[in-house]
Design a protein around this ligand. Structure first.
Ligand code: WQD
Length: 340
């Protein structure tokens, strides 16, 4: 029986990491999960186990701690590649606590790169973000769009991490996946988004309001230069996003150059407004949302959505789920969390 290629998944107990673990296993890889539970707990690990029917190797620890990472590489032996999700990702929190973002997001990447080099592991997929572009001059935004000054320390850490990877690519084969707005949950309803405390992001705030956990949703501004005045974003189903990581691994395994750095936009290519998302949610669930229009949120870009043709052609990846399906899956997950 062919030995499965081991893929180290840092942040494997998180929203995107857990969905990626499921898709990796389905594609015949052996995910090895790492998480320090600073922004997660074992909930999603248990959900992954139920979906795949087996317990995945898991190590609790901080990727910024070299000894911890070295121990994982020593125990696991030959590792075919690494997918690095582990990072803090709240735009708002990063403004309040910039140093913990720079320390955690930058140190964990540099430590990981050092240990990968010691163990001759070259393949790396980095979890990046469309926030690296800031407010693009042209949309849909292409990978060669300039990096505007980041609107938040979070976005700045993603820009810096990409620069570190570009400057050190001679020892690695790197793909940077620039996520647009991940939403939704696994169709099984066994894993999904688990925001700690008050959600920063729109969709978990919508579902928590709909389930009665929040009184009201505030739409942050409807005076933007968009069709209905609310901001435009590219909302991509988390399972589509997870599958993009499998395609990226296949691309790395086939790609010729010994060392490389390639970035890909991972989005649907369609811009959806905040109000459109709310209306769609109400349509498909039959739940009337209690929301009001409030002031703009500092740091928000007016509109951004992906030109994903590079990923479509080179990674042979394309988003499959619709916004409606993503919202329905997110709603199913929220109802499960509420015990409904
Ligand atoms: C979306 C829209 C808000 C909450 C996120 C992540 C970032 C990156 C990109 C991965 C905006 C509006 C929100 C609310 C609202 N993802 N909104 N009321 O800011 O695009 O960034 O995706 O790397 O990490 O933060 O997503 O969901 O916060 O906001 O009106 O209560 O919804 O103004 O227009 P954002 P978001």
């Amino acid at each position: 029986m062919e030995v499965k290629k081991k893929i180290l998944v840092t942040g494997g107990a998180g929203y995107i990491g857990s969905h990626a673990a499921v898709e990796l296993l389905k594609a015949g890889y052996q995910p090895i999960l790492i998480d320090d539970f600073s922004k997660s707990d074992s909930t999603l690990l248990l959900g992954v186990e139920k979906i795949v029917g087996e317990k995945l190797p898991f190590y609790k620890g901080d990727c910024a701690k070299r000894e911890f990472l070295e121990s994982v590489f020593q125990i696991e032996g030959l590792i075919s590649g690494v997918i690095h999700f582990a990072a803090f990702k709240s735009v708002g929190e990063s403004v309040q606590r910039p140093l913990i973002y720079y320390h955690n997001n930058i140190s964990s990447l540099i430590t990981l790169l050092d240990v990968m080099k010691d163990f001759q592991v070259k393949n790396l997929i980095f979890s990046s973000s469309c926030t690296v572009y800031g407010q693009p001059d042209q949309i849909p935004v292409k990978e060669d769009a300039p990096f505007k000054r980041a609107e938040s320390p979070y976005g700045a850490t993603k820009q810096m991490c990409e620069r570190i990877l570009e400057d050190s690519y001679s020892s690695y084969k790197v793909i940077s996946l620039r996520y647009f707005n991940p939403i939704g949950a696994h169709p099984s309803g066994l894993i999904g988004e688990l925001p700690l405390g008050v959600p920063n992001n729109l969709v978990p705030f919508i579902t928590q309001t709909a389930v009665g956990k929040r009184d009201k949703l505030t739409v942050f501004g409807n005076d933007y230069n968009t069709p209905d005045g609310s901001c435009l974003r590219d909302y991509i189903h988390v399972v589509d996003l997870a599958q993009a990581h499998v395609k990226a691994l296949e691309f790395l395994n086939q790609s010729k150059p010994a060392n490389s750095f390639e970035a890909f936009n991972i989005g649907t290519g369609v811009g959806v407004s905040v109000l459109e998302l709310i209306y769609t949610f109400e349509q498909i669930t039959g739940v009337k949302l209690n929301y009001s229009i409030g002031p703009r949120r500092a740091g928000d870009v007016e509109k951004t959505y992906a030109d994903a043709t590079k990923a479509n052609y080179q990674l042979k990846w394309k988003a499959g789920f619709s916004t409606s399906e993503a919202l329905l899956h997110a709603w199913n997950w929220e109802k499960k969390l509420a015990g409904k």
